[in-house]
Design a binder for this molecule. Sequence first.
Ligand SMILES: NC(=O)c1ccc[n+]([C@@H]2O[C@H](COP(=O)([O-])OP(=O)(O)OC[C@H]3O[C@@H](n4cnc5c(N)ncnc54)[C@H](OP(=O)(O)O)[C@@H]3O)[C@@H](O)[C@H]2O)c1
Length: 250
Amino acid sequence: MNIGIIGTGAVGSPLARNLAAAGHNVKVTNTRPFAELTEKAQSLGASPATLEDVVKDVDIVFISVPFGAIPKFPQDLFRSLPDHVIVADTGNYYPFRDEKIDALEQGQVESVWVAQQLGRPITKAFNNLLSETIAAGGKPEGTPGRIALSIAGDDERAKQVIAGLANELGFDVVDAGSLADSWRQQPGTPAYCTELTAAELTAALDGAVPGKAPQIRDEIIGELAQRTSMPTREEMVAGNRARQLGKFLR
Ligand SMILES: NC(=O)c1ccc[n+]([C@@H]2O[C@H](COP(=O)([O-])OP(=O)(O)OC[C@H]3O[C@@H](n4cnc5c(N)ncnc54)[C@H](OP(=O)(O)O)[C@@H]3O)[C@@H](O)[C@H]2O)c1
């Protein structure tokens, strides 16, 4: 498959590396000078591309940038893509990082806002695994306890294609419903970066309570800000489970 990835940070890099290792043609872009981007791309087994080129001649584009960058993309970057190109959003809204976005503060579903900014349907996926989980948490299909991610969107074909890629990267998949339903996998919900199996994730999505997640998200960020060292993946997941699962799961 031909895959474009916008962003080579904590999430874009392991996505690119693992998709390339699985045999896909991956091109990536970021904000760096082209020589620096080229070096980064090569380290991932991918090709470097400009922002305009990374979305061309691909089957799927992953957007893996902070939310603040999305309204600044060129107006026709996504609007001009052929319908068959799948656009996948790995993003999450963090007001401390992205600055406040009024529509999201008022409760608009994050990826619905992203789709509006891009002027195009999108599918939400890979937002509810930690970058370290994407990088190293994959297991062969059928492994007991295999971690699942959820995919939300209105295009069944797109969800199936992304589910196939997720499986190749080592993850089970749960269908989280429409894009409007994707609030159930946003930061602060039980389904968010808690490393659950497919059955557990299904229950976690079902157990999300409307309107509660932003407060939990901000409490977790407040606690992280007080730390003097970065938590490990295990500490992050344990903290998320304690805060998110305990409050929300029925
Ligand atoms: N970190 C996680 O564990 C995690 C897990 C799941 C989802 N997410 C979400 O995924 C998204 C990306 O997160 P991240 O942690 O990967 O962020 P990150 O480490 O800060 O990386 C962001 C990447 O986006 C690139 N970028 C920013 N603006 C751009 C633009 N206008 N054009 C092209 N590239 C641009 C940056 O380029 P430069 O390299 O040139 O700076 C960087 O490579 C966020 O919404 C985040 O909430 C994160």
